[in-house]
Design a protein. Structure first.
Length: 124
């Protein structure tokens, strides 16, 4: 299997980080629930994280993911065209990256808030 070019590898990294963050948040939320400290606010925070992973990032990166599919076929059948597809993907990733960073930063904020809520619940 051919190694993915930089824009596709970077995209994979964003999705992996977002998924791991969301799974971590789900664990924090379960712990809050076990302490009886989950509520509408914590569920909303968890929902915001889920939306990043399942809706916002996929919508933002739809074209990049389509370019990856094209590249995967082209890399086997038409390498010069595959190289052009990578160039298009690089441009599209540069355009999408600030928004991807904002989404990931929001998840990090949610982790910090949920961690603080859990710490307070443990200490009360």
């Amino acid at each position: 299997m051919t190694e993915h070019p930089d824009p596709f590898a970077a995209l994979d990294g964003y999705f992996a980080a977002a998924t791991i963050a969301h799974e971590y948040l789900a664990g924090l939320h379960r712990q809050l629930g076990a302490l009886g400290a989950d509520n509408a606010h914590t569920r909303a925070l968890l929902g915001q994280s889920a939306e990043v992973v399942t809706k916002r990032m996929p919508a933002l990166t739809r074209e990049l993911r389509e370019l990856r599919e094209e590249w995967e076929t082209q890399s086997l059948l038409d390498p010069p065209r595959a190289a052009r597809t990578v160039k298009r993907a690089e441009t599209r990733f540069i355009e999408a990256e600030p928004d991807l960073s904002v989404l990931r930063a929001r998840q990090d904020e949610i982790v910090a808030e949920m961690s603080e809520l859990l710490e307070r619940a443990r200490n009360s």
